[in-house]
Design a protein around this ligand. Structure first.
Ligand code: AMP
Length: 271
């Protein structure tokens, strides 16, 4: 596993390879990231993982400051996996030397879900993904369905600009079915118990709405109940079509999307 600390080492090291799988991360490596790495390792000859906490995608300074960082531990886990050929640890200037902001097409219809509640977030994500793709030039990029809207927007954008294919990967959960996330490190035991209960409730609601006529008013009621029962703030709780992210009135091809704050930590999930 070779560690690439700047762009010139990266260019030099990657030059011989034309079947490269890329797993972009912000560190806090967990089994969710490892599942992306496993998939890349299966489908590509070489796998590169990046660890870069991109300040430009944080709409909240406190969130950026408290974001879990532990490079030493991350490298240990990646090395142990034996599935990673390169780890790219860029500095801010490696990414943003190219001052030109990429053309990010966030349309009016995209300003839903997290785009509505985290102003500028996806502009930052799309910009860094364009820049990383340009620098690394991978054949495939592996991204998780946990961050479904991110996957949706990046896939659309990269299809337009680069030849790179974005491969979706299933959400990995802990033994209580809480979606793994680096932010879970900021939760205590009782928070995690609540997150597990919320997941269970979402699965239950999804089953019930199969036979409901007025799904949106039912979801509104359930949203109030979730808020009240678990003492959480909810940004959104909506049923949307997975192919176009439009509000859905049927469970076919649809998922329940939620973003909520637990102990001031923002969590997202979809079921
Ligand atoms: P992050 O480090 O949180 O920016 O995530 C890096 C990549 O890992 C993104 O493509 C995420 O969607 C993906 N990811 C994060 N958590 C999970 C999970 N629990 N299961 C699968 N993929 C995940």
């Amino acid at each position: 596993m070779k560690i690439l600390l700047n762009n010139s080492t990266l260019f030099e090291s990657l030059r011989p390879f034309n079947d490269l799988g890329f797993v972009p991360t912000m560190g806090g490596i967990h089994k969710g990231h490892l599942s992306l790495i496993n998939k890349s390792n299966k489908l590509c000859k070489k796998t590169i993982v990046s660890i870069f906490v991109n300040p430009k995608q944080f709409n909240n300074k406190k969130d950026l400051k408290s974001y879990p960082r532990n490079i030493k531990n991350d490298l240990k886990i990646l090395k142990k996996s034996k599935k990673v050929d390169f780890v790219y640890l860029p500095k801010f200037k490696d990414i943003y030397k190219d001052k030109k902001k990429s053309k990010n097409v966030l349309l009016k219809k995209d300003k839903i879900l997290c785009a509505k509640f985290r102003k500028g977030h996806f502009e930052g994500v799309l910009d860094v993904m364009n820049k990383l793709t340009k620098i690394i030039n991978p054949q495939k990029i592996f991204m998780g369905e946990k961050d479904f809207q991110q996957l949706f927007l990046v896939k659309r954008q990269l299809k337009r600009i680069h030849k790179t294919k974005v491969i979706p990967c299933k959400t990995i959960r802990d033994r209580n079915n809480v979606a793994l996330s680096s932010r879970n490190l900021l939760l205590n035991k009782s928070n995690l118990i609540i997150a597990a209960k919320i997941y269970k409730k979402l699965v239950g609601i999804k089953k019930i709405i199969k036979n409901k006529k007025n799904i949106s008013s039912f979801l509104n009621l359930q949203k109030k109940e979730l808020k009240h029962n678990y003492n959480i703030t909810i940004d959104y709780f909506e049923l949307r079509n997975i192919n176009n992210l439009k509000i859905s009135t049927t469970t076919k091809n649809s998922r329940l999307f939620i973003a909520y704050y637990l102990n001031k930590v923002r969590l997202i999930d979809n079921v």
